[in-house]
Design a protein around this ligand. Structure first.
Ligand code: ZN
Length: 201
């Protein structure tokens, strides 16, 4: 993936508790760290959150994001992630209000908008995410802070430009890349579509 031109490795952690699926943990993160010449972007879909944060920081995560519903104390979890030397992200499910940002936006380095419900790859992009991305962009710009706006779920060549036009700057692609035989070509195609969005705006 890195040779194919990925800027980040997005690492989905699912616990069969917060989400109904099970993936990988800190040991796998640690194992890929030596060959990951790009940052590892850990997306925690786990509950509770805090116990596992230091493990991922030690395992080489550069960014750690979590779902506000999965943490009893969101402000504390954000501080914990930053104390571990990582960028801290808040993740919003399709039905999770952006109001969670109201009192913590000064402690957030990344906002991750889910454009599918978390738990499984291969789902289709939920169209209402576009309005939410726009609103998240408005809030980020109003904050004046350097916060990444990432979108996760159903991103593909056909929709990446409209997601970018709504204000996203970071894109998670799973099936759009891993579902193709020529993965480098898949990354190139996503980038070409992205370029169109920047030319048009
Ligand atoms: Zn993810």
């Amino acid at each position: 993936m890195i040779a194919a031109g990925a800027d980040l490795i997005h690492f989905d952690v699912m616990d069969n508790h917060y989400v109904p699926n099970l993936t990988v943990g800190p040991l796998v993160c640690e194992a890929i760290k030596p060959i990951a010449t790009v940052p590892i972007d850990v997306h925690l879909m786990v509950k509770p959150v805090d116990r596992i944060v230091p493990d991922f920081a030690k395992a080489g995560a550069r960014i750690i994001s979590f779902h506000p519903e999965a943490s009893e104390h969101i402000d504390r979890t954000l501080a914990l992630i930053r104390d571990q030397g990582c960028k801290a992200g808040l993740v919003f499910n399709p039905a999770t209000p952006l109001a969670y940002l109201d009192h913590v936006i000064d402690k957030v380095d990344l906002v991750l908008i889910m454009s599918v419900n978390p738990g499984f790859g291969g789902q289709s992009f939920i169209a209402s995410a576009i309005d939410k991305i726009r609103e998240a962009r408005r809030r980020i710009d109003a904050s004046g802070r350097d916060i990444w706006l990432e979108v996760d779920g159903g991103i593909k060549a056909e929709n990446i430009a409209s997601v970018a036009r709504a204000g996203a700057d970071t894109f998670v692609a799973g099936s759009a890349i891993f579902g193709e035989k020529d993965r480098a070509a898949a990354v190139r195609r996503l980038r070409e579509e992205l370029k169109k969005a920047t030319i048009e705006t």
